[in-house]
Design a protein around this ligand. Structure first.
Ligand code: 8YV
Length: 312
């Protein structure tokens, strides 16, 4: 009976290494845990988890011998940490290795949004360039003001990149950081009011739900652009859609959504939104590094060694 249960959608390479190292059982989602027979579930001590479906007390109750959930991702908002503590389950994540890629996608969406690169590409491809002439003018990025909501490891990488674009950097965080030249705001509404681009780099979870409220969106205003690489839950998505449809903000660049991958179809009709399919960490190099950290934590657990990146 295998001790390791691998949950989620992994690359063939990840699957091969996991199979070779841990001889696990694979299932697609925590939602199908209940379909495994009792004896199989009782043997599981380690879960390798990937994806964003909830993993809480109900799932842990189905796996009475569970001691480790090794998450494939830095964000672990889908895992109920209080329930893990109560069940004696350790949780690990995959921090740092994805900071650069996620920051790159944030900056990429900001550039695409402001310079209308998607629409301009269509203009060239469909012959409008030849038929109608130059693409209409769009908005400058360098020299404008960027606000980072959440100056953690990823937020800092985004701010560093935007600073090198000669942007004026403002940020909101729980406490002021040592960031000479950057302006700290104690209130997200004041931050949104000040900046041209508001980039959301908060952690997900209950504490940050709808942090980008209708009020924050209104404060960003009709020339403001929202970029989100964190979690769909951090933004009041209904308020965002209303504001985008009414032109009360200029546009958005979104890598994350509520109910992804089944995103609200209202987004599809909005030309002022750059949509990405939650691919911030999605490079061959970074996903390999994330898989390695996940497996290293599982290996450390099996050898009775200290976990590399515990979160509880
Ligand atoms: C996902 C992410 O983990 O690390 C995170 O928190 O959101 C992503 O890197 C990845 O898409 C796998 O689900």
């Amino acid at each position: 009976m295998t001790e390791t249960l691998v949950i989620g959608d992994y690359s063939d390479t990840d699957k091969a290494v996991l199979s070779e190292t841990f001889a696990p059982l694979f299932i697609a989602s925590p939602r199908t845990l209940g379909t495994l027979d009792k004896g199989t579930r009782a043997a599981v001590t380690v879960v390798a988890l990937k994806g964003h479906a909830p993993f809480g007390a109900d799932e842990m109750d189905l796996l009475p011998a569970l001691r480790l959930v090794a998450n494939y991702g830095v964000g672990y908002d889908a895992i109920d940490i209080a329930a893990a503590d109560a069940h004696g389950v350790k949780v690990t994540n995959t921090p740092d290795v994805l900071n650069d890629d996620v920051a790159d996608i944030a900056v990429g969406m900001l550039l695409c949004q402001s310079r209308e690169m998607m629409q301009a590409s269509t203009w060239a491809r469909t012959g409008e360039w030849a038929a109608k002439g130059e693409y209409p003018l769009n908005r400058k990025v360098s020299g404008r003001t960027a606000g980072i909501l959440g100056l953690g490891r990823i937020g800092r990488e985004i701010a560093n990149r935007l600073a090198s674009f000669k942007m004026d950097i403002h940020y909101f965080a729980r406490s002021e950081k040592d960031t000479p030249g950057w302006t700290y705001h104690t209130d997200p509404v004041s931050l949104a009011h000040t900046v041209d681009f508001l980039v959301v780099a908060l952690v997900g979870g209950k504490d940050t739900e709808n942090f980008v409220s209708a009020q924050v969106i209104e404060a960003l205003g009709s020339r403001g652009v929202l970029i989100n690489i964190s979690r769909g839950t951090t933004v009041d998505e209904a308020a965002l859609l209303d504001a985008l449809e009414a032109g009360r903000i200029a546009g958005a660049g979104l890598d994350v959504f509520l109910n992804e991958p089944n995103i609200d179809p209202r987004f599809y009709d909005l030309n002022n939104v750059v949509i990405q399919p939650h691919q911030g960490s999605g490079t061959v190099e970074t996903r390999a590094a994330m898989g390695q950290i996940q497996r290293d934590n599982m290996g450390a657990f099996h050898r009775g060694k200290q976990l590399l990146t515990p979160v509880n």
